[in-house]
Design a protein around this ligand. Structure first.
Ligand code: THU
Length: 160
């Protein structure tokens, strides 16, 4: 029996189409990207997080000479937020990535599979969706209303 699943997403041709808080999150993610520690890949990623109390925190990818010991921008940021504000819900996450010498052709950079799995845990824990935006350095933005739209057939605690 063949079955299908659907995901929905929004596409913004450029950031002028974003509202004020989204523009602010984009700006904060871009600023954080500038501080990424990515001497091995030269691929810089910034991430900003909007909490339910209106505060915004940001982070970036952190690499290591022992390659697997580094961490993506999304998890660096989220784990810090969760460590410091374990009971505050996350409303929105904005990710901006691109090579250090990015070209105008850079597409929006979606979170890697491991980050999607980590992000799902936060949605499950807080029992509320998180809007996720990911973009390129040339201003195109994609938005999903839930991490689940990026990870159909996700694994979570209900299977344990
Ligand atoms: N990276 C992120 O920070 N987030 C992603 O979702 C994709 C990849 C980082 C990891 C590594 O430092 C560099 O980008 C190249 O993979």
């Amino acid at each position: 029996m063949k079955k299908e699943t659907q995901i929905s997403y929004e596409y913004f041709k450029n950031s002028v189409e974003l509202n004020d808080i989204e523009k602010e999150l984009f700006k904060r993610a871009k600023e954080a990207r500038e501080n990424a520690y990515a001497p091995y890949s030269n691929f810089l990623v910034g991430c900003s997080v909007l909490l339910e109390n209106g505060e915004i925190y940001s982070g970036n990818n952190q690499e290591n000479a022992a390659f697997p010991s580094g961490l993506c921008a999304e998890r660096t940021t989220l784990f810090w937020v969760a460590a410091n504000f374990p009971d505050v819900k996350i409303k929105k996450i904005f990710v901006v990535g691109g090579h250090r010498e990015f070209s105008e052709k850079n597409p929006p950079i979606p979170p890697c599979g491991a980050c999607r799995q980590s992000l799902i845990e936060f949605e499950t824990k807080q029992n509320e969706n998180i809007d996720l935006y990911f973009s390129s350095m040339n201003d195109e933005v994609m938005k999903v209303h839930s991490i689940k739209d990026l990870l159909p057939f996700y694994f979570d605690a209900t299977f344990l």
